[in-house]
Design a protein around this ligand. Structure first.
Ligand code: PLP
Length: 382
């Protein structure tokens, strides 16, 4: 995968649409990341933490029962087995290690469902950084357990009461804090979105998923997969696994929730410092996204996905909540793995399309474990 242009563009997408006051902070971060990424010592330190703390490399698992039932070879990349239970740890360990290298004492982060907040609080505790997490007031109420988790980990959680009091308002508030305290503070952004260098930097921190998976598939099957599938919220787990296969013949599929189809139903626009596909109403206002999984409730999508869609390299279909509920149970019953509701979206697409995938090898990114979703499923199914 290539670097964005000097202005942070992937084709016509990306860029750095921020107030004047934020430009120096973005520039400082870009330079610091470039230096770190080229420094074998930083890369070695990061690799060591990923191995000794997060548990990398994550394994791949072939789903023999489910694969036989669907008539495909189904292979999972097991990001659910990482410390804290999802791919998010790759990014937060990278960013907090970078923050320390930059001499920052404190990180701020936004969170929706709370998963990125918990991951950030975890990495901050490990690295000895102060951590403040901004969370929409509505989400604070919905996700009481994650709020408590963050506090256990030593983070401060601030409820955001502006706007719709959800994720997009938390992002704005975290950016505001960053501008006001940039001397001491790094903004640990949770997906491949935001102003340059975030979409590129976060992708580099998640590349490890695709790089490992490619080697593991070649070793185990002596071939690249025919199809690589991942769910898309902001798009970080998807871009991570796509990175390993974009220069192969594999089809790349990013599955969005029907109620958050930024690529499928969005139009190009600017939000959170980037130009990308975005769900907007007829007046150009950002629309709320809705999905059964709070982790995919983001009205935009990372700019590199918009680019991959615009050149036809990746496809972005949608699935319904009902299909996701079925897929969630199917994986639990046939493989003994409870998936996160987010990645059950990827499986839902595979199940629906299995007729046209007969005999193919399908690699799916199991971005997280489903323990966090069990209570919600219990309500849905009772
Ligand atoms: C947060 C989350 C996602 C969505 O984020 P992306 O940036 O699109 O990867 C997907 N799966 C899991 C398990 C998550 O926790």
């Amino acid at each position: 995968m290539s670097e964005p242009s000097a202005t942070g563009r992937f084709g016509e997408f990306g860029g750095r649409f921020v107030p004047e006051t934020l430009v120096p902070a973005c520039q400082e971060l870009e330079q610091a990341f470039r230096d770190a990424w080229d420094d074998p010592i930083f890369r070695g330190d990061l690799a060591a933490i990923l191995e000794e703390y997060a548990g990398r490399p994550s394994i791949i698992t072939e789903c023999h029962q489910l694969g036989a039932r669907l008539g495909i070879r189904l292979v999972l990349k097991r990001e659910d087995l990482n410390h804290t239970g999802s791919h998010k740890i790759n990014n937060v360990l990278g960013q907090t290690l970078l923050a320390k290298r930059m001499g920052k004492k404190r990180i701020v982060a936004e969170t929706g469902a709370g998963q990125h907040g918990v991951a950030s609080a975890t990495a901050a505790a490990l690295m000895g950084l102060e951590c403040k997490v901004y969370m929409g007031a509505v989400d604070v109420e919905r996700q009481a357990l994650n709020v408590f988790r963050m506090r256990l980990l030593g983070a401060e959680v601030e409820a955001v009461h502006s706007g719709s009091r959800t994720l997009k308002d938390a992002v704005n508030e975290a950016m505001r804090d960053w501008v006001a305290s940039v001397e001491s503070t790094h903004y640990c952004l949770g997906s491949v979105m935001g102003p340059h260098p975030y979409p590129w930097m976060v992708r580099q921190f998640h590349r490890v998923i695709g790089d490992e998976a490619r080697e593991q598939c070649r070793e185990r099957f002596d071939a690249d997969p025919d199809v690589v599938v991942a769910c898309v919220g902001g798009g970080s787990n998807a871009i991570g696994i796509f990175s390993g296969f974009v220069d192969t013949a594999a089809r790349l599929i990013g599955v969005e929730p029907a109620g958050g189809a930024a690529v499928g139903r969005g139009v190009p626009g600017v939000v959170h410092g980037m130009r990308s596909f975005l769900m907007q109403d007829e007046y150009g206002q950002v629309q709320e996204a809705h999905s059964i999984s709070a982790g995919l409730d983001y009205p935009g999508v990372g700019p590199e996905h918009s680019y991959l869609a615009s050149i036809g390299r990746a496809e972005y279909p949608t699935v319904t909540d009902a299909e996701v509920v079925d897929a969630f149970q199917l994986m639990a019953r046939t493989e003994g793995i409870i998936p996160a509701l987010e990645c059950a979206h990827a499986l839902a697409w595979i199940v629906r399309e299995s007729g046209s995938l007969q005999g193919q090898t399908v690699l799916m990114n199991l971005s997280g474990r489903g323990d966090k979703d069990v209570a919600q499923m219990m309500e849905i199914l009772s």
